[in-house]
Design a protein around this ligand. Structure first.
Ligand code: SF4
Ligand code: SF4
Length: 362
């Protein structure tokens, strides 16, 4: 198992370095939104989970995985909707693993206990959990806290590498310490996402949860302090500073022709260059931030073919935006970042403390 993980990481490293040295665009990291279906109804979701549209078949997903593997894909994150609702999820995971591509998954946790034998086949699990029970259930629906907690507990008991992804909203902004205490308990790390109204599918519900610019800054200043105290915030100091100092309102993108602000960030956003999203119907997007906006018109892999849809993203005019993932992924895609990521994964894989700790009450 360890050798398998090291081989996959080495292949990711090779590809990333090749792209950097040769200045190549290559689809290295893919987020596949396997289905629109979901068994939760979060207030800030950017997917219309009620949509009844034709989704890619299992065969089409497998063909896509073959194609992007040939073009350089070395890491896939399965998303949705809820990916565990896909009827052939085990077959798709098996196909990814057969190519020695790193396979991660983001889940709301509901089906994790029932499907733990499938979950054990992936390389790491991102469980969505925004805060304590009141905060989380306000964002994600009644009972969702318990589902997420049970999922984390069972996954960790079974040796799965787990991360928490917490969306910061008006309801969850005061849950930072709670989440980091949970992280200590389960020996895992937490990433924090911010939402903006334009990201959400349902604008009315989004208005009720979106933080003001001042509140967002405050959350990241607190996270910076907590990280300096050695708490398990997965972001680097540079990513936290990036968000704190972002020079525009947080819902505004910095475009390439913005002379005044383009000096804020010297690197280029990796989304659309080495990272991309495939929607359940086959539309290709650079990132989740461009889902419900006029800034980007996706092409479809079934109608246009993958290559054309991939080339379409090269025309993107944005340079960077408020998303902490921009500096963070640029850091991860470096020798230092890849080594740090491997160490975090190994630490959790071989954690001995977990079994004793999770039997205690939270
Ligand atoms: S945010 Fe995730 S869990 Fe929540 S409704 Fe959307 S897809 Fe489902
Ligand atoms: S700059 Fe922001 S909006 Fe543009 S591709 Fe990158 S993550 Fe997406």
């Amino acid at each position: 198992m360890l050798s398998n993980l090291l081989v996959k990481r080495a292949r990711l490293f090779n590809k990333v370095m090749q792209c950097k040295i040769l200045g190549q665009r290559s689809p290295v990291v893919a987020y596949l939104l396997l289905t629109d279906r979901c068994n939760m109804h979060c207030r800030y979701c950017f997917v219309d989970t009620t949509k009844k549209r034709k989704e890619l078949s299992t065969q089409e997903w497998k063909q896509l995985i073959d194609e992007i593997f040939t073009m350089g894909c070395r890491m896939i994150c399965l998303m949705g909707g809820e990916p565990l609702l896909h009827p052939d999820i085990e077959e798709i995971i098996g196909h990814i693993q057969s190519k020695k591509i790193i396979c991660d998954m983001t889940t709301n946790g509901i089906l994790v206990p029932k499907m733990i034998n499938v979950v054990k086949k992936i390389n790491s699990l991102m469980v969505s959990l925004d805060g304590d029970e009141v905060a989380n259930d306000a964002n994600r629906g009644k009972g969702s806290f318990k589902y997420a907690l049970d999922a984390i507990k069972i996954a960790r008991e079974n040796g799965v590498v787990v991360r928490i992804n917490a969306v910061m909203t008006k309801q969850s902004q005061n849950s930072l310490e709670f989440l980091l205490n949970l992280a200590d308990k389960f020996d895992l790390y937490v990433t924090f996402a911010i939402t903006a109204e334009f990201l959400c599918e349902d604008i009315v519900r989004a208005e009720e949860v979106t933080l003001s610019d001042g509140e967002i800054k405050n959350v990241f200043i607190k996270l910076k302090k907590l990280r300096q105290q050695g708490r398990r915030v997965l972001f680097s100091q540079a990513a936290l500073d990036y968000v704190i100092n972002y020079p525009l309102p947080y819902n505004k993108i910095i475009f390439q022709d913005d002379i005044e602000h383009r000096k804020f960030y010297k690197n280029k956003c990796p989304f659309g260059n080495t990272m991309f999203y495939v929607d359940a119907n086959g539309d290709l997007y650079p990132c989740a931030a461009l889902w419900n906006t006029d800034h980007f018109q996706p092409m479809n892999i079934l109608k246009d073919g993958f290559q054309k849809a991939w080339d379409n993203m090269a025309r993107l005019r944005c340079l960077t935006c408020f998303c902490p993932g921009v500096p963070e992924w640029n850091r991860i895609m470096s020798l230092r970042g890849l080594t740090d990521g491997l160490l975090v994964t190994l630490k959790q894989t071989f954690s001995r403390r977990v079994k004793n700790q999770i039997t205690n009450n939270i």
